[in-house]
Write a protein that binds this ligand. Structure first.
Ligand SMILES: O=c1ccn([C@H]2C[C@H](O)[C@@H](COP(=O)(O)OP(=O)(O)OP(=O)(O)O)O2)c(=O)[nH]1
Ligand SMILES: [Mg+2]
Length: 147
């Protein structure tokens, strides 16, 4: 079990912190902390504030992913999906949305705009070498096994 800390940023007492909408949901829904209704025009991207900052153990990262309902119904998705929240980031979590639909989309304060999924990050060390271990695949890739 990992403990994650959420800190509301000033002026956002009315905006819900990330929450699971079902007991075993993988994603914690993120709420928009826009001051006023914000329109994303077709093809436009906007960075949407969430009103909180966070701290998690360094074995974790958090991924910001789209909500499938918004994607399906309105073409709203995360441009940098999945967005990466580093364990040492203490700034406001923001969601980079893009409207791939045909209609303008209006985001209202408190609306659930994306979801955040936690993942463990393996501890690794890096070493430089002149020789890599052989494999059957070798350098084959990009469809070399056929379709
Ligand atoms: O959807 C996102 C993606 C990133 N971030 C924050 C947290 C993350 O830790 C930081 C940096 O993100 P990233 O590493 O993806 O961006 P970068 O362009 O490499 O910026 P930096 O040079 O600050 O790492 O920005 C968000 O709030 N939302
Ligand atoms: Mg980075």
């Amino acid at each position: 079990m990992f403990q994650v800390l959420f800190k509301r940023l000033p002026g956002n007492e009315d905006v819900k912190l990330p929450e699971r909408m079902s007991a075993a949901a993988a994603g914690f829904d993120l709420h928009a902390a826009v001051a006023e209704p914000t329109t994303i025009a077709p093809g436009e991207r906007k960075l949407i504030p969430t009103g909180f900052a966070m701290a998690m153990p360094e074995q974790l990262e958090a991924q910001i992913r789209p909500r499938s309902g918004l994607a399906f119904k309105h073409g709203i998705t995360c441009l940098n999906s999945p967005g990466t929240i580093d364990a040492d980031y203490r700034g406001e979590v923001k969601v980079l949305l893009i409207n791939l639909g045909q209609e303008p989309f209006v985001i209202t304060r408190g609306e659930r705009i994306a979801q955040m999924v936690f993942q463990t990050v393996p501890a690794i060390t890096i070493a430089e070498t002149d020789e890599l271990p052989d494999t059957v695949r070798g350098a084959g890739g990009f469809g070399h096994t056929g379709v």
